[in-house]
Write a protein that binds this ligand. Structure first.
Ligand code: IMP
Ligand code: MG
Length: 175
């Protein structure tokens, strides 16, 4: 049996997206060649909302990563869908759903840096800071969250619950 407990409402998400977009609009207003790189799949809902509130010209691209579950080794992250765009000399902003241990983001940052962008910043909707195993730079954070398993607004549990317009804690109940 699975249960859901609402943690962040649709309204709170909406307001936070507006706040983050305002900051980004202000910080990036004099920059050109901005590319939002969305880490699939979880970040696609956040990207779609944030992107529509950004009032400066930006391009988007997508990568996808996969990591073996149950292990905590940094080397286990892989790129399973590569960039289409050449990001050399571009101002890249990585869009993440959630940063947990940091292994995924750490790998993504190293990978993107190999392509020699002009700058890389990170915007994550959720930060499970207490779980961090590797230091990663985060420039824009939506919400700092506790060490609980979250679903909704793009985040899944075995591909379920991505469609929720709020974020919930997944409660696994024994029957
Ligand atoms: P990290 O490599 O440990 O930082 O893990 C990041 C990835 O783990 C995220 O992009 C998510 O795909 C997944 N993840 C971590 N915590 C959660 C959660 O609470 N709900 C859903 N996915 C999560
Ligand atoms: Mg993810």
């Amino acid at each position: 049996m699975e249960g859901l407990k609402e943690i962040i409402t649709a309204n709170q998400l909406h307001n936070k997206v507006m706040e983050l977009a305002d900051e980004i609009n202000r910080d990036y207003k004099d920059l050109k060649d901005i590319v939002l790189v969305c880490n699939l799949k979880g970040a696609f809902v956040f990207l779609a909302d944030l992107f529509r509130k950004i009032k400066i010209p930006v391009s988007i691209d997508f990568i996808a990563t996969s990591s073996y579950n149950g292990t905590e080794a940094e080397g286990n992250v892989r790129i399973v869908k590569d960039l289409k765009m050449d990001i050399r000399g571009k101002n890249v902003m990585v869009i993440e759903d959630i940063v947990d241990t940091g292994f995924t983001l750490n790998y993504v940052m190293k990978y993107l840096n190999l392509h020699n962008p002009n700058s890389i910043k990170v915007c994550t909707l959720l930060d499970k800071r207490s779980k961090r195993k590797v230091e990663v730079p985060i420039h824009y954070t939506g919400f700092i969250v506790d060490d609980i398993f979250l679903v909704g607004y793009g985040l899944d549990y075995n591909e379920k619950y991505r469609e929720l317009d709020y974020i919930a804690e997944l409660i696994l109940e024994r029957d």
